[in-house]
Design a protein around this ligand. Structure first.
Ligand SMILES: [Zn+2]
Length: 224
């Protein structure tokens, strides 16, 4: 799952005292940012597997630090604590809780789509994953539907603050759909540098895009 994770970010940003949309964007992909970084150094492991039909023909065979249940929970707690430490006093609890929930939401959504490659505490032989990636005709509309639903909620909760603000959310949506279709319909990169580099570039650009959108939009509902 790629853009489906951003559904949680768009929805969470409509909660009063929630963090910036860019922070929410980083939070929902934080464990993947960790995975691509660790995979670059060979600490977590993947390999192309052309035998896999369906989405993501890649065997994600060693991801204990980022994609085990315990690993994801630890990243969520650490990120929530970090945000709570740096935001203003009246936002600490809500912003910290939202970021922790967003970071952990990644694992829950991955659980639905991944083939069984998610451990509980570490890298046990028995792994979790409902494998919806093997059912693209269900997974694809589900992922896009999640994104569009949350995008609509975000649009309704905010209004344009600048001239660009009328178009900026739509440009972001178009960008996300473009990246998703590249991810779905082109062959995955083979080398470690390309695999990790493109992944991190996509997440970084998405967060930067969200930061710009936030600057062009204001809260319609006085959410701050
Ligand atoms: Zn993931």
């Amino acid at each position: 799952m790629f853009v489906g994770h951003y559904a949680a970010a768009f929805a969470a940003r409509t909660i009063p005292k929630s963090p910036n949309l860019a922070t929410c964007f980083v939070a929902v992909q934080l464990v993947d940012i960790g995975f691509f970084s660790l995979a670059f150094f060979g600490v977590e492991k993947w390999r192309p597997d052309p035998a896999i039909a369906g989405i993501m023909p890649v065997d994600l065979y060693y991801m204990p630090y980022t994609h085990s249940l315990a690993g994801s929970a630890a990243w969520a707690l650490a990120a929530g604590a970090l945000i709570a430490a740096i935001v203003a006093r009246d936002r600490k609890l809500v912003a910290g809780a939202i970021v922790a929930a967003l970071v952990f939401s990644h694992w829950l959504l991955d659980l639905v789509v991944h083939r069984p490659d998610l451990g509980i505490f570490d890298d046990e032989p028995v792994k979790l994953g409902f494998g919806l990636w093997d059912w693209p005709r269900i997974e694809m509309p589900l992922e896009i539907g999640l994104l569009l639903g949350a995008f609509w909620i975000y649009l309704r909760a905010t209004r344009a603050r600048t001239e660009w603000g009328r178009w900026s959310p739509w440009l972001l949506l178009g960008y996300l759909l473009l990246i998703q279709s590249i991810n779905w319909f082109s062959a995955p990169p083979q080398g470690a540098a390309a695999f990790s580099g493109l992944g991190l570039l996509a997440y970084g650009a998405s967060a930067a895009f969200a930061y710009w959108v936030e600057r062009t939009r204001a809260d319609r509902l006085g959410l701050e």
